[in-house]
Design a protein around this ligand. Structure first.
Ligand code: PLP
Length: 430
């Protein structure tokens, strides 16, 4: 495949845009370097780059594009918003409609608020939890990503009950000192952290199904255990459902496991491809937020009509008959096909899959926490990524990301992808 125009554009981008990209995960640093492909147009499950190459896409823009690119119902909603004045700075009916849709789909949301990104949504839940509890410290799980505000750019200290250290330059040590990081799926470590810091903890941030060190499900009883222990300590449970809301079911991960958090942060899918964040939860907690309460959160673009219209349209598509069954069926076919090819060519992999999302880890053994995901073979993934790209299959350029299916993928796309996987594994085994 010829990538010459992408390479030229990347050279130009490097002159003007830091690192050539507007989000670091878009660079190919984690897959051995090189110029990222520059996409020009997306349609359904496919997109087309500036060199005229066509790809079956599994990146789905890191999650939001669950109904494929250019879905007619969503495109129409965005077109209408574009010609209807775009932005007013006043409330609109769309916000009411969308808030009601979210509440109906996710019962723990007694009140919601819209903002502009997953980062903003999670950041505000932390502020509100601190306002509500009058406490400062938070707990998060190692390897989870919650956006790019200071309090979550913190890495674990030397053990589950030690305070964190900054994971990015510019994050003050004083901020990191308010964050404790424990391993996912390890209730004993969680309890140890609470035993030590429990009376200072405002909230725990949980990705109920992890999407950021691959797709990793919670062990049976883990989420309920976290809920019980957190509440015993007088702290709040915040679910970061930025990836998981509407990814696996019409609703959220909390419904899949029957565990309710106090607050939930969302983003990605609920914007139908436009910028969005939203958070919500128990009424008395949400009423801490201005103008009712003392916790401030605002936004010029918050609840903007275009994002509202696209989000409503996206949920309308997802509410259709058989959507999640189809995603599961295609996901299962893809998983089986990948595992079969690995067996044929003697490649050691582990596939973690839930419905229409999966991660292929290079290495043996189950992956249930970040330490295990970290130990998988990144170099092998980098080779695999490029071999797939060269066959017109676009994956996320990192061993920690998921492959996301969309409603627009077909059985034939899956067959073509499995063939490409077979070829990639054959080359890797040679
Ligand atoms: N939370 C989770 C679980 C995410 O995966 C992400 C982004 O990937 C975020 C929060 C941040 O969302 P955004 O990139 O919209 O700010």
């Amino acid at each position: 495949m010829n990538f010459s125009k992408s390479e030229e554009l990347h050279k130009e981008a490097l002159e003007h845009i830091v690192g050539g990209v507007n989000s670091p995960s878009r660079a190919y640093k984690a897959v051995g370097g090189g110029s990222p492909v520059y996409m020009e147009r997306g349609d359904g499950a496919y997109f087309y780059d500036v060199d005229g190459n066509k790809y079956i896409d599994y990146l789905a823009a890191y999650g939001p594009i669950i109904t494929g690119f250019n879905h007619p119902h969503i495109a129409e909603a965005i077109k209408h918003a574009a010609t209807n004045g775009v932005l007013y700075g006043t409330p609109t009916q769309l916000e009411n409609k969308f808030a009601k849709m979210l509440k109906e789909a996710i019962p723990s949301l007694e009140k919601v608020r819209f903002n502009n990104s997953g980062t903003e949504a999670v950041m505000t839940t932390v502020r509100v939890a601190r306002a509500y509890t009058g406490r400062t410290k938070i707990i998060k799980f190692a390897g989870s990503y919650h956006g790019h505000f200071d309090a979550v750019l913190v890495q674990a200290g030397s053990g589950p009950s030690t305070l964190g250290t900054p994971d990015s330059a510019g994050v003050p040590a004083s901020t990191a000192a308010d964050v404790i990081t424990v391993p996912f799926n390890d209730l004993d470590a969680y309890k140890e952290a609470l035993d030590k810091w429990g009376d200072q903890i405002a909230a725990v941030l949980v990705e109920p199904i992890v999407g950021n060190f691959g797709i990793v499900e919670p062990h049976e009883g883990f989420l309920q255990g976290v809920n019980d222990l957190t509440h015993q300590a007088g702290a709040l449970v915040i679910y970061d459902e930025v990836i998981t809301a509407f990814r696996f079911t019409y609703g959220s991960a909390q419904q899949l496991y029957g565990v309710e958090p106090d607050m939930t942060a969302m983003g990605k899918i609920i914007g139908g491809g436009l910028p969005i964040g939203a958070y919500g939860g128990r009424k008395e907690i949400m009423e801490q937020v201005a103008p009712l309460g003392p916790a401030y959160q605002a936004g010029t673009m918050a609840g903007n009509p275009a994002s509202m219209a696209a989000g409503i349209a996206c949920l309308e598509v997802l509410a259709g008959e058989g959507v999640y069954e189809k995603l599961d069926r295609l996901g299962e076919k893809l998983e089986k096909g990948i595992l079969e090819k690995a067996l044929v060519h003697g490649i050691s992999i582990t596939v973690n899959r839930l419905r229409g999302a999966l991660t292929v880890f290079f290495g043996e053994g189950t992956i249930t926490n970040y330490e295990q995901a970290e130990a998988t073979d990144g170099e092998a993934f980098g080779r695999f990524f490029k071999l797939m790209l060269n066959q017109g299959i676009n994956l996320a350029p990192s061993k920690y990301e998921a492959w996301f299916l969309t409603t627009e993928h077909t059985e034939a796309d899956i067959d073509q992808t499995i063939d490409a996987v077979g070829h990639a594994f054959e080359v890797m085994a040679a």
